[in-house]
Design a protein around this ligand. Structure first.
Ligand code: TPP
Ligand code: SF4
Length: 295
């Protein structure tokens, strides 16, 4: 007897769009980022109810509400630890994390190395606009030296954080950059990041047209961006990726900087395996504390 294979549901980008109307300023790069996420999720093909989308606080962190996934617009700088807890509690979920450069590399910067070294299977998308947008234009960790803002009337005296180099230096296994000026390229790197088994990082150059640097607009990226494929970059070469990442702030390279072809085991996978092994030993719950008694 032949069995008919099950018909798997297919999704379109519109299935991930919620009824909530974004309140971002007209022209904000984040409009393009959410479109890129819809497209990537449609290609990955997981149901909206199988996705947990966690963000911090900021204009960009509103993004989960504009999708049909389960969302948590959480606490400034704390999206990564919350997302890791969710993934450990329910490893079957597809877990996405998003927020601004301030959320991720200022107040939340201390969480990034730990998410990288644990390498849970989650995807972190940073909307990097080099400014604090929600709070009306203060210096952010990625603001250029010399930038004049409401908190740096005479120009910033501080050097910016380089998010690409930061995550590569801490050993991230998947690192990419995109821009809403290239929607197909952005959707592609987000899809690759989601499919990568482990912590994956996508930096999106997402202009803040209201408080950001002068002339910073999505259409301006079209003229300056350069795809890594066009310069024959080998994404398996970590040192070459670090070399290119040093051009952050001067050149807009898009595509996959680094993809470790031999991903290490994920923490969620290892915890699940250990739970399985311990379940085989069938240690009664009431005896678990005895294991910690000094011999
Ligand atoms: C603990 C805490 N500190 C400060 C704030 C104020 N605050 C809200 S959003 C934000 C920064 C927003 O910038 P960014 O994360 O880069 O996101 P954007 O708005 O630019 O997308 C700050 C400082 C807060 N909400 N909570
Ligand atoms: S303030 Fe800037 S980051 Fe916030 S919605 Fe407006 S353009 Fe976007």
């Amino acid at each position: 007897m032949t069995t008919t294979p099950p018909i798997l549901p297919t999704y379109q980008a519109k299935d991930f769009k919620s009824d909530l109307k974004p309140i971002w300023c007209p022209g904000c790069g984040d409009f393009g980022v959410v479109q890129g996420i819809y497209r990537a999720l449609a290609s990955v093909g997981r149901a909206p109810h199988d996705i947990a989308f966690i963000s911090g606080i900021g204009c960009s962190s509103r993004i989960p509400g504009y999708t049909t996934a389960y969302g948590f617009n959480s606490v400034h700088g704390r999206a990564l630890p919350i997302a890791q807890g969710i993934k450990l509690a329910n490893p079957d979920l597809l877990v996405l994390v998003a927020g601004g450069d301030g959320d991720g590399f200022s107040i939340g910067g201390g969480h990034v190395p730990h998410a990288i070294r644990r390498t849970l299977d989650i995807t972190y998308i940073v909307m990097d606009n080099q400014i604090y947008g929600l709070t009306k234009g203060q210096l952010s960790p990625t603001s250029k030296r010399g930038l004049k803002t409401v908190t740096s009337e005479y120009g910033s005296l501080e050097a910016p954080v380089n998010p690409l180099l930061y995550v590569l230096a801490y050993g991230a296994n998947f690192v990419a950059q995109g821009t809403p000026a290239d929607m197909a390229g952005l959707a592609d790197v987000i899809e690759q990041a989601i499919r990568y088994p482990g912590f994956s990082f996508v930096n999106v150059q997402s202009p803040c047209v209201t408080f950001g640097m002068e002339g910073q607009q999505v259409k301006a990226h079209r003229a300056t961006m350069k795809t890594l494929a066009s310069i024959n970059h080998d994404p398996a070469n970590r040192l070459a990726a670090m070399d290119l990442a040093q051009q952050y702030g001067q050149s807009l390279h898009t595509g996959v900087f680094y993809k470790n072809p031999d991903p290490p085991p994920t923490l969620d996978g290892q915890v699940r395996e250990r739970q399985r092994q311990l379940a085989e030993k069938a240690i009664p719950r009431e005896r678990i504390l005895d294991m910690f008694v000094q011999k």
